[in-house]
Structure formats: structure tokens, C-alpha cells
Design a protein around this ligand. Structure first.
Ligand code: TXA
Ligand code: MG
Length: 348
């Protein structure tokens, strides 16, 4: 299959919508990451997403709507909490997990009785979904296990030959996937942190829990609330290690890991906030965001992981970021990219 990658002009959006109506899979920009969409109400089309991505069938897809009114029919009714969240954060990077209605095929929900729904903020995404005439199921447009794509060329790297069309809407603003919030129980639970932060959700809901799997590996045999947590994610080809612990002890630990990797004939690189980047002697270091600007670290992470792979670095040694605000999402993705390989630096 030949894959066209075109600017997201109104004509191109109309062409993409026609492909969706015919049951095809197309890639499109959102404010978080690029999505790989198919009509959510067409099970055959939805299966095409799993084939293109190489995704396990038990990992459910998020259903994207063009306006808030399109959400309710996908659910068994919206409560006050759902309505308050939609009013506060839609359109935007928040996916709500709700009990699903019969309209949502099991192919989309991975066999669960819930569905994740999101109204994206990106104008191209909204125009496309509206023109497609039905909600659009869309995971991130990467091959399963790879870092999510934040530009159209990342999508092309992973999807060339597998889908007919990629709409290019430029780089994604947020750069990490949406917050996934389960509101089916008494206490809302963040299954995946993202651009709508825990603090923002608490301002509307009061108490909000964070699933244990966000910052720690799943215990064998523990109940899994979000099937996506089972799989290695966001991973570049290079090994990633995250250095946490006492801030003054981190630079010496990063340097020691770097020197050990070099001595083994490897080609290491350090990722550190820009204000620390001068502290590693002549070692290869990429400044990554800043301690005061975690949004920048968020928007750059996936592109940086892909670029470092292309430049042949391995391992990638990353200094941890503070996990407040969107920093929680940054740490979640970094730890998963590392397969939870963490080095705790202590002062002697
Ligand atoms: O920002 C985003 O959410 C992007 C863009 C394209 O909108 N989409 C995205 O989809 O990240 P995906 O499939 O890569 O990640 C969806 C995550 C998975 O971890 C999945 O397990 C979880 O959301 N999820 C989806 N539906 C769920 C449900 N009903 N219950 C629990 N987790 C669910
Ligand atoms: Mg994904």
C-alpha cells in the first residue's frame, strides 16, 4: 500500500473523512500525539487499526468525538461528575472512562464493559471526526511499543506502507497522550497521567487517586485496570535508565553510569534539564526541558527518544523530573520507556 502524507488542508481532511467512511484507517494530528483512526462503530474498520499497529486485541481504544453531545450515546448515561469534567476540560487532553453502551463494539473496548471517550482540541481532529459522520476510535499512531508520534514524519517512520493517508498538522503541542481518568467507581482514578493534571482534576472533583501502575511496575498477578499498563511502552531501541534520588547525588551517578557504558564500548548519552546540562564534563548530554518548565520536557520527550535512536546512542541515561503537574506524566512515560530501570542516587 502506498502511504500519502499530505498537509491537512480542508480538501485533504475531506479525503481522509471519505476513507474513514469507507472503513479505512488514516492518521491525523491531535493536540496530544498523532492518532490512527477508524470509524468506531465499524468493527471491521477497527480491526484494521490493530493490524496496522501490531497491537494486542485486549488493549482498548479511545473513542474520539467531534462535540460533547456525541459522548452520551456511547455511554450508559453521564453523571454530574462526568458533566463537570467535560465542561471544565473538553475539548482537551482528558479521556473519561465510563460504562459503555451497546453502540461501542467489543473490538473497541477490548472486551471491557467501559469505554474511554475524548473530545480533542486540535481543529484538524475535530473537523475530521465531524466529516467522518461517526466517532473515531484512535490509538496513538506508532507501531505498538514505540514512542508515540508527535510529528507526521514520526507517523510515516512507523506506518509507511500500512495505511493509505497521513494528515500533516505540524508538531503536537502537548506531546504526551491524554490523561485517562476512570470515573466508574466512587473515587476517580488516573490510569494514565497527561496534560490535564491531577491538580487540575482535584480542583473540580476533590479527591482523585493515581493508579499504582503509573509510577511502579505491575505486581505479578495484581488486578489490571488499564490493559495498556501490561505492555512495554514508549520505548526507543536504546536501553533507558532513569536516575532519581537526592539531587546533588544525581550528576555523579549519571557520570559513573556514562563512564561504565563507555568502558563497555557503548555510546551513552545523558538527558538532563537545561540548567544542569553543563555539569557533565565533556560527556554527550542533551538538555531536555527545564526544572521550571515541565511542559517543554513533555512536548520534547518522544521526539528526543526517536532522534537519539537515529543518532545511534545507547544507553540513554535520564535525570528524573519532579512529578508535580504534567511532570507526573513525563515521569510515567520515562519510567515505562526504561522498563522501570531506576537508579536511586544517594549522597555518601
Ligand atoms: O492522547 C491520546 O489519548 C491519544 C490521541 C490519539 O488521542 N490516544 C492514545 O490512545 O493514546 P492509545 O490507544 O495509545 O492509549 C489508550 C490508553 C491505553 O493505555 C488503554 O489501555 C487505555 O487508554 N484505555 C482505553 N480505553 C480504556 C478503558 N475502557 N478502560 C481502561 N483503560 C482504557
Ligand atoms: Mg499508545
Amino acid at each position: 500500500m502506498r502511504t500519502a502524507c499530505v498537509q491537512a488542508t480542508p480538501d485533504a481532511v475531506a479525503r481522509a473523512a471519505l476513507l474513514l467512511r469507507r472503513g479505512q484507517v488514516v492518521a491525523f494530528p491531535t493536540e496530544t500525539v498523532y492518532g490512527l483512526g477508524a470509524q468506531a462503530t465499524n468493527p471491521v474498520a477497527v480491526r484494521g487499526i490493530f493490524v496496522a499497529k501490531g497491537r494486542p486485541a485486549d488493549n482498548p481504544l479511545i473513542v474520539h468525538v467531534a462535540d460533547a453531545g456525541a459522548a452520551e450515546p456511547l455511554t450508559r448515561g453521564l453523571d454530574d461528575r462526568a458533566r463537570a469534567l467535560m465542561a471544565a476540560f473538553w475539548p482537551g487532553p482528558l479521556t473519561l472512562v465510563l460504562p459503555k453502551s451497546g453502540i461501542v463494539p467489543p473490538e473497541v473496548s477490548g472486551g471491557l464493559d467501559t469505554v474511554g471517550i475524548r473530545l480533542p482540541a486540535h481543529p484538524v481532529a475535530r473537523a475530521l471526526i465531524a466529516a467522518a459522520g461517526a466517532p473515531v476510535a484512535a490509538p496513538s499512531a506508532n507501531r505498538s511499543g514505540r514512542p508515540s508520534p508527535t510529528t507526521a514524519s514520526h507517523v510515516a517512520q512507523d506506518m509507511a506502507g500500512r495505511i493509505p493517508l497521513i494528515l500533516d498538522g505540524g508538531p503536537c503541542m502537548v506531546g504526551l497522550e491524554s490523561t485517562v481518568l476512570d470515573i466508574t467507581g466512587d473515587v476517580p482514578v488516573i490510569l494514565r497521567p497527561g496534560g490535564v493534571t491531577r491538580e487540575m482534576l482535584q480542583s473540580v472533583l476533590g479527591r482523585v487517586a493515581v493508579d499504582a501502575a503509573v509510577l511502579a511496575p505491575l505486581e505479578p498477578g495484581s488486578a489490571i485496570r488499564s490493559p495498556g499498563m501490561k505492555y512495554r511502552h514508549y520505548a526507543p531501541r536504546a536501553a533507558v535508565r532513569v536516575v532519581t534520588g537526592q539531587p546533588p547525588a544525581r550528576a555523579p551517578r549519571l557520570c559513573a553510569l556514562y563512564d561504565a557504558a563507555l568502558a563497555r564500548g557503548l555510546r551513552p548519552v545523558i538527558l538532563a534539564p537545561q540548567e544542569h546540562a553543563a555539569g557533565f564534563g565533556g560527556r554527550a548530554c542533551r538538555p531536555w526541558g527545564s526544572a521550571d518548565a515541565p511542559q517543554q520536557a513533555a512536548s520534547e520527550l518522544f521526539a528526543l527518544l526517536r532522534a537519539l535512536d537515529e543518532e545511534g546512542y545507547d544507553p540513554i541515561l535520564a535525570e528524573a523530573v519532579a512529578d508535580a503537574g504534567i511532570g507526573l506524566a513525563v515521569m510515567n512515560r520515562l519510567l515505562r520507556a526504561a522498563g522501570f530501570a531506576v537508579e536511586q542516587a544517594e549522597q555518601l
